[in-house]
Design a protein. Structure first.
Length: 149
């Protein structure tokens, strides 16, 4: 059976459109959302909070939660999944700072029972309902004011 060239063109176009749509769906691609590269820092009583975990929870429930971990100097760069940056919007920021002196043993890590250690901030900023940290990210935001906890 011979298929006319025109029908092959239509089938190829439909397959291409279907593949592109599937790719966008699977990767969470949104042509209207642009990520803004944003940095910041966290300190506690004037000293860098090295190893603190930060989550930016969007007010829009459909938006992605963005994360970072602070470097030794307390600075961080936001990541949306594997992509650098954050979408513009309003966010509640949660922070936990695990006690680095309470490192899990190799056995705990291998067994999957490793705990990050107690939160040096005592849970004060650990949940959206507890945290008082709020930020607005705009397309022109590049650096956040330092979080002094």
């Amino acid at each position: 059976m011979k298929i006319p060239f025109r029908e092959l063109q239509i089938a190829s176009s439909l397959n291409l459109a279907l593949c592109a749509s599937l790719c966008m769906y699977l990767t969470g691609c949104d042509a209207g959302t642009r990520l803004v590269p944003v940095t910041g820092s966290i300190s506690v009583k004037g000293k860098p909070a090295a190893g603190a975990s930060i989550l930016f929870h969007a007010e829009d429930p459909a938006a992605q939660t963005v994360s970072a971990v602070t470097a030794e100097d307390g600075t961080f760069s936001l990541m949306s999944g594997t992509e650098p940056g954050i979408a513009p919007g309003n966010y509640v920021v949660t922070v936990t700072w695990p006690d680095a002196s309470k490192k899990p043993t190799s056995a705990q890590i291998m067994m999957g029972t490793a705990d990050a250690g107690p939160d040096l901030l005592k849970g004060k900023y650990a949940t959206k309902s507890a945290s008082t940290l709020k930020v607005e990210i705009t397309t022109s935001t590049t650096a956040l004011p330092a979080f002094e906890l």
